[in-house]
Design a protein. Structure first.
Lengths: 112, 110
């Protein structure tokens, strides 16, 4: 049973650039959530996707956008990167009816 | 918004010792999960426990929803238990959005 997978593992970008992170949910799950974890902090909710639509959004600017594909995989896009966007980005999957969320290994983004 | 507070923030144990980590939350929740984050950043699911008590080997957890707290017990700790432990909750009216505490950093010395 494949768990949640994310790519790439690490990424280095320059301020002002754009980045796309990818996530494949655990087999059978239809809902994907994205979280940002700054160093020394707990993860912060960015947004959640279900049926290819953004269902819920946290307190993040419009520079953060996402997409969900028919196979339930998802992308997180960040435009106009800032130094403060450097963080571990975590993807979680679950059933749309709720319940336990499972996390991927994360993508570590460094903005220089 | 809901507050999730974990205590203690840091904990140092000798191998073989027992410990209790606490998570307090300020509103009614329909999801509570405990995670262990390893040094590479992976969040490992320990318990899904909106209420009641569960046990898994040396670990057990209890959530008292009416009093808005959860406890994670680690018995006979091992060096591999080191890392950060997070409690996360989701509110009834906010779907699957998980709100995390600040974590407890556990260090188990040999």
């Amino acid at each position: 049973d494949a768990g949640v997978t994310q790519s790439p593992t690490h990424l280095i970008k320059t301020r002002g650039q754009q980045v796309t992170l990818r996530c494949s949910p655990k087999s059978g799950h239809d809902t994907v959530s994205w979280y940002q974890q700054a160093l020394g902090q707990g993860p912060q909710f960015i947004f959640q996707y279900y049926e290819e639509e953004e269902r819920q959004r946290g307190n993040f600017p419009d520079r953060f956008s996402g997409h969900q594909f028919p196979n339930y995989s998802s992308e997180l896009n960040v435009n106009a990167l800032l130094l403060g966007d450097s963080a571990l980005y975590l993807c979680a999957s679950s059933f749309s009816t709720g319940g336990e969320q499972y996390f991927g290994p994360g993508t570590r983004l460094t903005v220089t | 918004g809901i507050q999730v507070e974990q205590s203690p923030p840091d904990l140092i144990l000798q191998e073989g010792a027992n410990s209790t980590l606490r998570c307090n939350f300020s509103d009614s929740v329909n999801n509570l999960q405990w995670f262990h984050q390893n040094p590479w950043g992976q969040l490992i699911n320990l318990f899904y426990i909106p209420s009641g008590t569960k046990q898994n080997g040396r670990l057990s957890a209890t959530t008292v929803a009416t009093e808005r707290y959860s406890l994670l017990y680690i018995s006979s700790s091992q060096t591999t238990d080191s890392g950060v432990y997070f409690c996360a909750v989701a509110l009834y009216n906010q779907g699957g959005k998980l709100i995390f505490g600040q974590g407890t950093e556990l260090s188990v010395k040999p």
